[in-house]
Write a protein that binds this ligand. Structure first.
Ligand code: 3HC
Length: 295
């Protein structure tokens, strides 16, 4: 079985930086690649902040933090992925961009390197088919915030070899996660169930049954969820949620996956949640309040 020693993470956004952090924390030399220095710096700063917070809470010693930081190798040069045994892609949810990336990475890495995508909704089968190694391709879907959420969905498509799946599953365990095995259906397990739930919450609000804070409160206090559906939507990003609905609706053609008009309008207006400061809630004050778009 392929031994993973060096890991490449492509994309240093919220997900990529989290994956790089847990990979380096688990002892892997981890190359973090971004297209632009500014994005790379932002991703590395996010990791540094998380590690410093862990040191401040005495969950990590300063020596351990420095060792983890020493295993992270930020770069804007794709060629630095040479020698990686596993490359995990966490770039934008765009099929062409991912195909282009894996085409280029295929020219840099050894033939036996395993390629993985952190996509939340694109087809692993289609991504694998566009690479030079469909049998060594697998989905590794982490959850936000990656350093905290214990789940990884390990997604096997028709072309994925048993060895590749086993390597990916073992890797997920080795970074402290609890993986589950999934087949390649858009949304895998979690988003297939979670996305219609979040869309239903928006429809419930649109039909006037309760306010946004009360629907959130209902699900938090009535079901023990850590966040209500609107808070979670803002946390995940309403742009991300909207794109996922587009992909899922396109695959299943079922009304429950279709974007409610309100979500589409908020996406078009740039109300993308926490990342833009406003979504269902406005985050500019000391406490979130219902945003002007939905007042
Ligand atoms: N990055 C790193 N660590 C974070 C963090 C972040 N963004 N946010 C919180 N943490 C850490 C804190 O440091 C703290 O660590 P500690 O236990 O070591 O002290 C711990 O998480 C708990 O944080 P807080 O006490 O500040 O806050 P909460 O108890 O409210 O927890 C939360 C925050 C973990 C985000 C919790 O609210 C939660 O679980 N929310 C639901 C998240 C969720 O459902 N994620 C899945 C989204 S769907 C997805 O990702 C799929 C995609 O494809 C769309």
């Amino acid at each position: 079985m392929t031994e993973i020693r060096k890991v490449g993470v492509v994309g240093a956004g919220l997900m990529g930086s989290g994956i790089a952090q847990v990979s380096a924390a688990a002892g892997y030399d981890t190359v973090v690649r971004e297209v632009e220095q500014g994005f790379l710096d932002r991703g590395m700063a996010r990791i540094e902040k998380n590690l410093d917070r862990a040191v401040a809470k005495e969950k990590l010693g300063p020596g351990e933090r420095d060792a983890i930081a020493g295993r992270l190798h930020p770069t804007v040069d794709l060629a630095d992925l040479a020698g990686c045994d596993l490359v995990i892609e966490a770039i934008t949810e765009n099929l062409e961009a991912k195909h282009e990336l894996f085409g280029a990475v295929g020219g840099v890495c050894e033939d036996d390197a395993v390629f993985a995508s952190n996509t939340s909704s694109l087809s692993i089968t289609e991504l694998a088919a566009g690479t030079d190694r469909p049998d060594r391709f697998v989905g590794l879907h982490f959850f936000n915030p990656v350093p905290v959420m214990p789940l990884v969905e390990v997604v096997r498509c028709g072309q994925t070899s048993k060895e590749t799946f086993d390597v990916a599953f073992a890797f997920a365990k080795s970074v402290g996660k609890s993986p589950i095995a999934c087949g390649d259906n858009t949304g895998f397990v979690v988003n297939r169930l979670l996305v219609p739930y979040m869309l239903d919450a928006i429809r419930a609000y649109e039909s006037g049954i309760a306010s946004i804070p009360d629907i959130d409160k209902g699900l938090r206090l009535g079901c023990g969820y850590p966040m209500g559906p609107f808070t979670l939507g803002d946390f995940v990003g309403l742009d991300t949620l909207y794109h996922i609905t587009e992909i899922m609706y396109n695959e299943y053609k079922e009304a429950r996956f279709a974007s409610p008009p309100l979500l589409r309008r908020m996406f078009l207006a740039g109300y993308h949640g926490r990342k833009t400061g406003k979504g269902f809630y406005d985050y500019s004050g000391p406490e979130p309040v219902v945003s002007d778009f939905v007042k």
